[in-house]
Design a protein around this ligand. Sequence first.
Ligand code: SF4
Length: 202
Amino acid sequence: MGNTPGREEMDLLSEEIRKCRRCPLWKEAINAVPGEGSVDAAVLFIGEAPGKREDQTGRPFVGRAGRLLDRLLRDIGLSRETVFIANIVKHRPPGNRDPREEEILSCSPYLERQIRIIRPEIIVTLGRHSMRFILSRLPVEFGRITDARGRVYAGVLFDVPVRVIPTFHPAAALYNPAYRAGLEEDFRTVQRELHDNNQEGR
Ligand code: SF4
């Protein structure tokens, strides 16, 4: 698995991201956070941008929100090794501000290339910014995250047929039990979609 062409391509892409100077975000960042996981993953999780701990470590979703994500994955029989976890923007915006439109435009071609390499069956967007970015490109109509979350949106994204399931960002669920319950419910939807697809493939 470690020597598949997809793995090599992803490793080269991660190197390219680490050297990237396409927008100013690299200047105040410690590390780029290209993303990590299996290039053969059936499920790709997409957040918005790295935070402080991610910037320090170069890894996506570490710290408390990351631990919650790990637990949610484990509860539906998945792990960091079997999925792929990435962000739209690969360097941390200073002070955790929202990435600017031009930064998203500069950086998102990397995510597009990651999606083309992985060709996931399911994309789970974490938080409203990620949801907006992906669903508007599917393209489908959608409302607020509280309405869209847990729904399954089918379409073709960057030539890859996918089902997109939006949910809350795990960081938002740390302080809001309702969001936590919503996340758990939406992860069960991911599990069901994966299971149904495996049944159909038999
Ligand atoms: S945020 Fe993206 S576009 Fe900007 S420097 Fe980093 S990798 Fe390049």
